[in-house]
Design a protein around this ligand. Structure first.
Ligand code: ATP
Ligand code: MG
Length: 275
């Protein structure tokens, strides 16, 4: 454990999120390494709300598939620092940019771990709402962990429609835009499955499935594509198991979309890890 924030020595900057900076730090006493997320006290209210939500969820979760929190500190200045388990390969997004597209075998392995993480979260009534490559952390052992709970939601009653418009729009499911058409008794959990499907597709194809390689499309075009366009699917060279798995995740109608538990027994992920 970390006794004092002062024991942590900054090693380098790992990345910038909205509102905060993440540093690689080392505990001078134990030499343990952590990722320290620091949020300035003068950040705006939206960022503040997000960081309290994230702290609340990190405090509640304990799973090998969810990034661990080793301490939360408030400095006299009002800055907040969260010590997280350090993931030495960064995010799936950075790995994709450095190493290029992933093999099906790797994607199956990633899918299984993220599903285990989502199973943990969903069974604790937590909807992540921002699953995407840059929010999935990896280490050299190819362990994958879900991170970044800034817009997550702890479900108590039914969904509050006023607060459904959060997360990275690009990975948002059709029922988030149009609950009348795609979300009969919409509860939010299915949205994480849609985002997982898009994420895995992106790892295989090397670009965001709704826009051509190297191109950014505007927000309105994207929303139309998600709600009214054809669902993206895998190229011909993908295996039938993988193709079917993606189709189960990317059902536009949230009722037809598979749940975490159904997907965990899908042949694409349920078999023995192929070596
Ligand atoms: P974004 O809005 O892009 O999702 P954010 O505000 O949510 O950013 P984080 O995702 O928490 O901020 O962190 C920003 C970056 O810091 C990440 O993209 C990642 O590169 C790095 N990072 C965060 N947590 C860790 C960790 N536990 N181990 C290693 N690197 C990390
Ligand atoms: Mg992030």
């Amino acid at each position: 454990t970390i006794d004092r924030l002062a024991d942590l020595e900054k090693v380098q900057v790992l990345g910038h999120g909205n509102g905060g900076t993440v540093y690689k730090v080392c505990n001078k006493r134990t030499s343990a390494v952590y990722a320290l997320k620091v949020i300035k006290s003068d950040c705006d209210n939206i960022v503040r709300r997000q960081i309290f939500r994230e702290m609340e969820i990190l405090r509640r979760t304990d799973s090998p598939y969810v990034v661990k929190c080793h301490g939360i500190f408030e400095k006299p200045s009002g800055d907040i620092a969260i010590a997280l388990e350090y993931m030495d390969a960064g995010t799936l997004d950075t790995v994709l940019n450095i190493n290029g597209t992933f093999s099906e075998m790797l994607i199956s392995n990633i899918a299984r771990q993220v599903l285990n993480g989502l199973n943990y979260l969903h069974s604790h009534k937590i909807v992540h709402r921002d699953i995407k490559p840059s929010n999935l952390l990896v280490n050299q052992k190819m362990e994958v962990k879900i991170a970044d709970f800034g817009v997550s939601k702890i479900m108590c009653r039914t969904l509050d429609p006023c607060d459904s418009y959060v997360g990275t729009c690009a990975y948002m499911s059709p029922e988030r835009f149009d609950p009348d058409t795609y979300g009969a008794n919409y509860n939010g959990y299915a949205g994480d499955i849609w985002s997982l499907g898009l994420t895995l597709l992106e790892l295989f194809m090397g670009h965001f499935p709704f826009s051509p390689p190297g191109q950014k499309v505007d927000w309105a075009t994207l929303m139309c594509a998600i709600c009214f366009g054809d669902t993206p699917s895998l190229p011909e060279n993908a295996s039938p198991e993988f193709t079917d798995f993606i189709n189960c995740c990317l059902q536009k109608d949230s009722i037809k979309r598979w749940t975490v538990l159904q997907l965990l027994s899908h042949p694409f992920v349920s078999g023995d890890p192929k070596s």
